[in-house]
Ligand binder design. Structure first.
Ligand SMILES: *Cc1c(COP(=O)(O)O)cnc(C)c1O
Length: 364
């Protein structure tokens, strides 16, 4: 029993902490396995890109200095590449921090936040952390039910989270339905469009959302270098919003929230289109490889636009997860997302995927 529990604010008292994917080192210690495949945190299986690695090397001698708190060079490169104004960009310690800056800037305990069932676990955590009320709206075919979400908006609603593609389901909304939803939002309701997996979406279904904040000043788009750009360990992401919203986020962020190595590596990664294309090609091939194996095993899965896929084991998935661990394969059980029969598998290299498939066949 935590002796300080009663002293925490009401929302925090009820918080259940985020459970990350099991780290490789931890499983090695527990089971004494040497060969471990981790397909549990939607990380980039290619390893760090050469340009990002060189930028990190080059930045090492300056580590005794504070970072550039304005993120000038990275913002300039992002602005040029995305075609947005520098004033619209907010940099964060991962895009998770961007989401947190928004909740801390705009939410008070009297406010409500709308998001979908099966949506990213950070949304309820960030909502409760500031004492606001979470309104989780039942999903439709595992994806966002925008009509039901719209119906849940009331006078108290201040924020709506939409993950597109969503994690852990991989579901994707269409351009028209999403734009209609955002256009219909009351002016006092802010929308966070979380596009952590944007780069993995097939070009023909990808939504060209980046200029929407110019049309809808209550919209913020969050993107990250953690997934397709392969920099999860460095913690760097960004928000694109109206300059007014960015100005407010800038007031509460810590002055050095993005570290020097992250700033340098992210800027270099933006210039490494080859790495990005190889990442996407590897992901597409791996998605084929995994879903073909699921089909062969008679398992159904949720079609995914991300770098992961949720597969229906057809029975409680936790024992399967544990049996896979004993074979040195870490995947993600998602019972905490109200999907007790599914496992979420991050797409790995062809070799890693095969290790998982072989283990899954044995375990089932
Ligand atoms: C991974 C992820 C993020 C952000 O991760 P960061 O490493 O903090 O940038 C945000 N949203 C979703 C849905 C994610 O899966």
């Amino acid at each position: 029993m935590n002796k300080f529990l009663h002293l925490a604010q009401a929302g925090v008292q009820q918080l259940v902490p985020y459970v990350p994917g099991k780290p490789v080192d931890e499983l090695q210690r527990e089971l004494g396995l040497s060969e471990i495949v981790k397909l549990a945190s939607n990380e980039n299986p290619l390893g760090i890109g050469t340009k990002a690695a060189a930028a990190i090397q080059a930045a090492l001698p300056e580590l005794t200095r504070y970072p550039d708190g304005s993120g000038f060079a990275l913002k300039a490169t992002l602005a040029a590449q995305l075609g947005v104004a520098v004033e619209q960009i907010t940099l964060g310690n991962g895009s998770s921090e961007i989401l947190e800056l928004v909740t801390r800037t705009f939410l008070s305990p009297e406010h409500e936040v709308v998001f979908s069932q099966h949506a990213f676990a950070l949304y309820p955590i960030l909502t409760q952390a500031v004492g606001a009320k979470a309104q989780a709206v039942p999903a439709k075919n595992f994806g966002h039910d925008l009509a039901a979400m719209q119906a849940r908006i009331n006078q108290q609603t201040k924020l709506v989270f939409i993950a597109n593609p969503n994690n852990p389901t991989g579901t994707l909304l269409g351009q028209q339905e999403l734009q209609d939803f955002i256009a219909a939002l009351p002016a006092q309701v802010l929308c966070i469009l979380d596009e952590a997996y944007y780069e993995f979406v097939a070009p023909e279904t990808r939504i060209d959302s980046i200029h929407w904040p110019e049309l809808y000043p209550n919209l913020l788009i969050a993107r990250t270098f953690s997934k397709a750009y392969g920099l999860a360990g460095l913690r760097i992401g960004y928000g694109i919003s109206s300059s007014d919203v960015a100005d407010l986020l800038n007031r509460i962020r810590q002055p050095f929230n993005s570290n020097s190595l992250a700033l340098a590596a992210a800027e270099a990664a933006l210039g490494d289109q080859d790495y990005l294309q190889r990442t996407i090609a590897l992901n597409n091939a791996g998605m084929q490889q995994l879903t073909a194996a699921f089909a062969e095993l008679g398992l159904s899965w949720i079609p995914s636009s991300g770098n992961f896929v949720a597969v229906d084991i057809g029975k409680p998935a936790l024992p399967v997860y544990q049996a896979l661990l004993h074979k040195g394969v870490i995947v993600r059980p998602i019972a905490n997302y109200e999907m007790p029969n599914h496992l979420r598998i991050s797409i790995g290299t062809a070799g890693e995927n095969q290790v998982f498939i072989n283990a899954l066949k044995q375990v089932l």
